[in-house]
Structure formats: C-alpha cells, structure tokens
Design a protein around this ligand. Sequence first.
Ligand code: FAD
Length: 299
Amino acid sequence: MKERKKTDKTEFISEFFDNREDSVSFEVYPPKKGQKKQFEIIKNTITRLKDLEPDFISVTYGPGGTNKGKAVDISAYIRQHDITPLAHLTSVGYTKEDIPPILDKLHSIGVKNILALRGDVPRNAIFPHGAWCDFRYAKDLISMIKKDGRFCIGAAAYPEGHPDCKELKISIKHMKEKIEAGADFFITQMFFDNQLFFDFIDRARNAGIHKPIIPGLMPVLRGKQIGKILALSDAYVPKKMADAIELYIENPQAMEAYGIEYVLRQIDSLKQQGIRRFHIYSMNRWEQITKIVKLAQLK
Ligand code: FAD
C-alpha cells in the first residue's frame, strides 16, 4: 500500500483513491425548501462529522433540481470546512443547456467531484422538455461532465441490480458503459446482505471492471422512516432485520441499537474480506454515525 496521504481539499477523489486503499465518507441530504431550521441542523451535522476526518462528504440532489440551491449551499459549506465535497447531480428533467451553468456554479464554489446520476421521475412532476429529454441514462450526463474536463466523476452501482433491471449481467454492462463515458469510481446502493456485495464485486471484476467500487452502507436507525427508503432502493432485507424492524417499530431506542449493531457486523465482515473503503448514508444523524465509526475503528 502506498503511504497514507492526508486529504487535500483541492484534489480529485480518484487521485485520492490512487494514493490510499482505505477511506471513510458520508452522505448527507439537504433540507426541503423552506426548512430553515433543518439547514442549521445539517450545518451542525457537517461540523460534527468533520471531527471524524471524513475523506469526502457527498450531498444528494433532488431530481429535477428540486433542492438545487440548498445542495449547492451544503457543498459550499463542506468545502469551507476543508472537507472534500462530492456533489450529486441528476439529469432527470434537464436539457443539455441546463448543465453547463450548474457545472460552472459547482466549480466556482470549489467542487471538483460529481456523482453523476440519472435520477427518478418524482411523482406528479411535470418537466417542460420531458423527463429524459437529452439524457436518457446516467452515462449521457457522465459524457457531458467528462467533456467539460474539470471534474472527477463518480457513478451509482447496484449490487442487486437496479429496480428496473434486476439482471446483474446487464447492470454490469451498464457500469462498463459508465466507465467508457468517463466514470472514475462507483458508490453502491445500500445492501443488507454482504454476500450480495461480494458476489457483485466478483462479477464486476470478472467482467473487467477495475475502478473502485465503494460499498454504501445504511444504518437502519428508525423503523418508521426506513420503509420508504427500502421501497425506493428495492434492497433485499434479510428476515432477521425485517423481524427487528417490525418488533421495534414503536421502540426507537431498541431499533437504533439494533441498527447500529447490524451495520457494525456488516462492516466487520466486509473488513474481513479486505474491504477498506466505506461510504455511510448518514441520514444527517451525526451522533449515531460517530458511534459507528468509532466502534468499527474506521478512524
Ligand atoms: P442509469 O445508470 O442511467 O440507470 C437507470 C436505469 O436504466 C437502470 O435500470 C439501468 O439498468 C438502465 N440502463 C442504464 N443504461 C442503459 C442502457 N444503455 N440501455 C438500457 N438501459 C440502461 N437519486 C436522486 O434523485 N438524487 C441523488 O442524490 C441520488 N443519489 C444516489 C446515490 C447512490 C450511491 C445511488 C446508488 C443512487 C442514488 N440515487 C439518487 C438514485 C438514482 O438516481 C436512481 O437509482 C435512478 O433510478 C438510476 O440512476 P443511475 O444514475 O443509476 O441511472
């Protein structure tokens, strides 16, 4: 392994991965429109997560730019705190003309890394030029960002296949297309059965994919909230976890303790198989994430 290098706030995540084999990163999401108090909570979350010395923090993007302003503000806040931001960007609803000003804005606030996604069509959303007008797939957005030349590009990967394409062989073909378009690394959808991730990595490597694939881990901290997320991700939930969610639905403390223990076991088993990079969906819950990072000895 090459010598461990401290995060340089100006660097591309791909260069960082070239120099280091271990990393810890988090995802945060911006508040919905008009939630001023929430914005303060997220700023506090980022300040607290900074104590864990994350290698980068990613910021989700509302499909069709529904949280565009806030997502940019959060990325700027991360950057101002000497942490590398990874700004998500979805293409749903956008035309080719919509992208350059967004890239300019991101570049102007110091964002060097973009997670380029297609996004999903939100319920009841109407896009003047249609949902998929100039960008049918994420690879089309990736190509455009690559041509721009100023950004390192991440993309999404699905250990269980995408909800609209459960055939892993085809999903892996789509990953290869993302690489051809310019993707430098992948972050996976959440998964709760590590074996699915190990099998997926084997298949991706056998198919000739050698870019970093970072496991995305979601600690299940609140039974009531998790239903929608699980439905969206279509992740397989092992029976023991499904039973726990049902059992602890009215007992948030017990749910949280179970969720933390579960993700700790996942991290431990991933580590045992040599996985050293972890991306944690923080759900803006810094206290629980701090506990996980410390107990798992990730930092
Ligand atoms: P694509 O790779 O374009 O895939 C979309 C569908 O098209 C899949 O079924 C795929 O198999 C299929 N496909 C791809 N290429 C082809 C092709 N050449 N021919 C035929 N079919 C093809 N959503 C948000 O709105 N905001 C976020 O911030 C966000 N962050 C995410 C972060 C991660 C790590 C992940 C895993 C997902 C995230 N998502 C986010 C969800 C994501 O937008 C959805 O899963 C979306 O449905 C697919 O996005 P994609 O970039 O994978 O699209």
